[in-house]
Write a protein that binds this ligand. Structure first.
Ligand code: ADP
Length: 399
């Protein structure tokens, strides 16, 4: 009991002491309080809305815009505080959502299409901010917009890519299964047919392997797209090696490979294996699509580039691979680096093409922060050039 009494006394003392301390904090005078509130609340609201990266609009009970941030002005152009939200966006679902949320006080998300220089697909989320009894212009609802256009485009691209890749694999697979059935059935005892079919099956198997190799290369390069290479590579040496390794393929296709400007070292910041793949794909294309009996020239020149901030050097190397084949019509040029894009699908397949070679080249060149130029004239031939920043010899000395 004595213990309980002393605990109660101690607690009372503590409360009295804290009470004295709280009283020492000066209380805001009735006149000062609203001023302090309006001073702190008003800029805070504006600052928060402005700091949001997505387009955001605050509206009052009557649907009049009270605040809007720069991204919302960039998106809708016409939006200004004091205007009704319908001037900014006439979408009936959005206007309905504004009404609904005032009743339900639960957030509502609607899909809207925004007309502008291009059609944009957005989602708009309307959320209740509280303060039911406050009259306008008190903010009541926050409308947040999210642009889904790029996401839709990427989803479409991904779906197209999977469909194309599956189709490319399904064709040789169907052919293989067909030949297996034939060899098990009608051609079981036909020795000559068996040899012929096995040769075709081997070619289809190789085609599937090439396709899978190219798909893996593309995915590897894509995964590293944001990481610029930090090693050094001698572009001239890379090109010389590729020419040497493809010499037998060129001879088999009656094409002469010619080299120009490859004698001296040409240092660039780059991944040697990836650059080898770039040159290999371009020289292989020159051989595949060039003129039988013609030439493919691999030329390296050093160019002066306009010096720009952040660039290591004002010198650039241009490695061009030129053939004297039939060339490509101008309408195809902008799409050549798209995955699976081919000017002539049958001809590409016959020549062992996968339709991914130039997509891989483009991705690698992008990762190297370089340029890929394509120049072609029907009846005269095509030139594919890779342009990369040169690294000064002093830097090249310490890889
Ligand atoms: P593929 O595996 O079909 O060769 P690429 O991505 O390497 O795929 O090339 C895409 C298409 O570009 C080819 O199918 C071909 O139509 C065209 N092409 C590429 N290089 C040349 C070239 N040197 N001359 C003519 N057409 C070319």
């Amino acid at each position: 009991m004595a213990l309980l009494d002393s605990l109660v006394i101690g607690f009372r003392r503590l409360v009295r002491r804290l009470g004295r301390r709280w009283r020492r904090v000066p209380a805001a005078t009735p006149a000062a309080r609203p001023a302090a509130q309006s001073e702190s609340a008003e800029p805070t609201w504006r600052a928060i809305v402005e700091a949001v990266a997505e387009p955001v609009v605050v509206v009052d009970r009557t649907g009049v815009v009270r605040q809007c941030n720069s991204p919302s002005i960039a998106l809708f152009g016409r939006v200004r505080p004091g205007q009704h939200i319908s001037i900014m966006c006439r979408n009936p679902e959005l206007l309905d959502a504004i009404e609904t949320v005032q009743e339900s006080r639960e957030p509502v998300t609607v899909e809207i299409l925004v007309l502008g220089p291009s059609l944009r697909h957005m989602t708009a989320t309307v959320a209740w901010l509280g303060g039911a009894s406050l009259p306008p212009p008190a903010p009541k609802l926050l409308v947040t917009f999210r642009d889904r256009t790029e996401e839709d485009r990427l989803n479409r691209m991904r779906a197209d890519f999977v469909a194309n890749a599956s189709h490319e694999l399904r064709t040789p697979l169907a052919s293989l299964r067909g030949f297996i059935d034939t060899l098990r059935g009608p051609a079981r005892e036909d020795r000559e047919a068996r040899e012929r079919f096995l040769a075709i099956m081997a070619a289809q198997g190789e085609r599937m392997t090439r396709l899978i190799d190219d798909l893996l290369s593309l995915s590897r390069v894509e995964m590293r797209a944001h990481l610029p290479p930090n090693s050094l590579a001698d572009l001239a040496e890379v090109a010389r090696n590729v020419v040497q390794s493809l010499e037998p393929v060129a001879t088999a296709a009656s094409i002469t490979l010619e080299m120009a400007g490859l004698a001296d070292a040409a240092w660039v910041r780059g991944d040697r294996d990836e650059l080898t793949q770039v040159v290999q794909n371009l020289v292989q294309n020159g051989i595949k699509y060039g003129r039988p009996g013609g030439h493919v020239t691999i030329r390296l020149v050093c160019e002066r580039a306009a010096a720009s901030q952040g660039k290591e050097t004002a010198r650039r190397y241009r490695l061009s691979i030129a053939d004297d084949g039939p060339g490509i019509s101008p309408e195809h040029l902008p799409r050549l680096t798209e995955r699976f894009y081919r000017v002539n699908v049958t001809s590409s397949r016959e020549k062992g093409g996968t339709g991914l070679g130039l997509a891989i080249v483009k991705h690698i060149v992008n990762r190297h922060r370089g340029d890929l130029d394509i120049d072609s004239k029907v009846g005269q031939g095509s030139t594919f050039s890779v342009v990369l920043d040169a690294v000064e010899p002093a830097d090249a000395a310490r890889p």
